[in-house]
Design a protein around this ligand. Sequence first.
Ligand SMILES: [Zn+2]
Length: 320
Amino acid sequence: MFIKTIRTLEDMVVMVDMVDMVVKHLPFWTVFNSLDELKKRIQEIANADGFVIVTRRSKKIGGRTGRVWLECDRGGEHQSTATLRKAGSKKTGCPFYLLAVRNHPYETWEIKDGTIEHNHELCEDLSAHAFVRRFTPSEMKLIEQLTAQNMEPRKIFQTIRKQDPDRFHVQKDVQNVVAKIRAEQRQGLTPMQSLENVLMKNDFIYEIREEPGTEIVTEIFFLHRDSRVLWRAFPHVMMIDATYKTNIYNMPFIQIVGMTPTNKSFIIAHAVVSKERGDNFVWVLERVKAMLDECMEPRVILTDRDLALMGACGTYNRML
Ligand SMILES: [Zn+2]
């Protein structure tokens, strides 16, 4: 691997140092089932040691990635102060590198060569190295486009992965960027406020309840004008279903569904309520009642066995 002929005392010292390093970095020299696994493990070891690994280049063998050169992120040319400020880390032309090779025919990966010396201090605080996982402008553009198409961060990550499997990004990096893009789109509005904007733009009828004395929205009820037309025609059966823990705000989401005589269901209304309040379901049913015209009373209300919801329906019946 790194065997040199020992001729001088200095060689000897270097050799002892290397043996020391080899023992310390023993996990470097194991066989990995995939390149991903190898990179992940090597990065972990490097981070624990106080440096960051980057993929400098790779070479295809038989049409697929066969060799990958991993370097210390301080590798490469010295930089001017201007670039330094931008990149956040100083290039020192560090000689550290590892050559990962795909084994034939087992498809396993191994480190086959390398230099494990650094020409700089290893740092304990790696936060300065976060830029390693920063995205290139073209990657950022792609993330923006895919976010605009409402693609899930997980799928966006996979797409980026496919484009360049040698990058060290993790799914969390994509999630962070998507969250930032979304926040910019909302322009400082809270999720509730931006929902309100969407509802207004799309001709929904909606009502909001705020925490008394504050502007914190605790409940929101909305239905589309078209749904209301259908509801007027078929008001007799109403199904109410509440789903919990399905959104990131951890607020129960309520769906109110109607049924036509031909057994087709249609959406009447939706509501998002805060879990803390006991009377939130009652509030939703009150909104339903307020939307109904005189002759439109539902004859049957169906729910799942949600006790809070069943209790609210009882209260609602007394309101009729
Ligand atoms: Zn280095």
